[in-house]
Design a protein around this ligand. Structure first.
Ligand code: CA
Length: 230
């Protein structure tokens, strides 16, 4: 949720324009000003998508793109190439290097946000959505607000992410390990029972008004969000 977009661009004015427009639409933003830093940040921050300028000091954008495509962890990481050149040949080179899309400067910020969403939607449908809705529960990712039958539900950040994962695929059962990876991240050591603690809090918050419990506990398997009785 709240996908992180990595902007790789050496012109401060371009960075600020992009940052402002992406943050306004509810995205988180990280910035690298050259190719080396971009490769480092990709490892450290695991962005959901990269906006990659072609003309960069040191390692060019196209080289960064090639290197990312060669590594298994970043082979499918969505990349939008950004460039001042509009020549057909360059466009083809950019797409050949593995970019998912190609935007020519100057561009309108709204168009860029639309492209980001389109590329994210193809890569990971839920990341591009501003809202998720299931069984009267509405999650708004831009404002981080949740309602159930129109009434506000107050969640901590962990419960919010947990609900997001469950709402992404209603009725699907997620194991505790899967929830740990998706909510806390792969590199963090958290005990399995921590998931149970946060599921309990999420249940309490969702059912505060005595509504039907829609979090299904599946013995030895995990949890799902599901309106059907188990
Ligand atoms: Ca540049």
């Amino acid at each position: 949720m709240t996908p992180l977009i990595l902007i790789v661009e050496d012109e401060p004015a371009q960075v600020e324009l992009l940052r402002y427009n992406l943050e306004k639409k509810g995205f988180r933003v990280a910035v690298a000003v050259d190719g080396q830093e971009a490769l480092l940040l990709v490892d450290e921050e695991s962005p959901a998508l990269i906006i990659l300028d072609w003309m960069l000091p040191e390692v060019s954008g196209i080289e960064v793109c090639r290197r990312l495509r060669q590594r298994s962890e970043t082979k499918t990481l969505p990349i939008i190439m950004l460039t001042a050149r509009g020549e057909e040949g360059d466009r083809i080179r950019g797409l050949d290097a593995g970019a998912d899309d190609y935007v020519v400067k100057p561009y309108s910020p709204n168009e860029m946000v639309a492209r980001v969403r389109a590329v994210l939607r193809r890569a990971s449908p839920v990341l591009a959505e501003e809202r998720l809705e299931y069984a009267g529960i509405v999650m708004d990712f831009a404002t981080h607000k949740v309602t159930r039958q129109g009434r506000p539900v107050h969640l901590g950040p962990t419960e919010f992410r947990l609900l997001g994962v469950l709402m992404e695929r209603p009725c699907r059962v997620f194991s505790r390990e899967q929830l740990l990876d998706k909510v806390w991240g792969k590199d963090v050591y958290v005990e399995n029972r921590t998931v149970d603690v946060h599921i309990r809090r999420l249940r309490q918050a969702l059912n505060a008004d005595g509504a039907q419990d829609i979090i299904r506990t599946v013995r030895r398997a995990g949890y799902a969000i599901d309106v059907k009785p188990s």
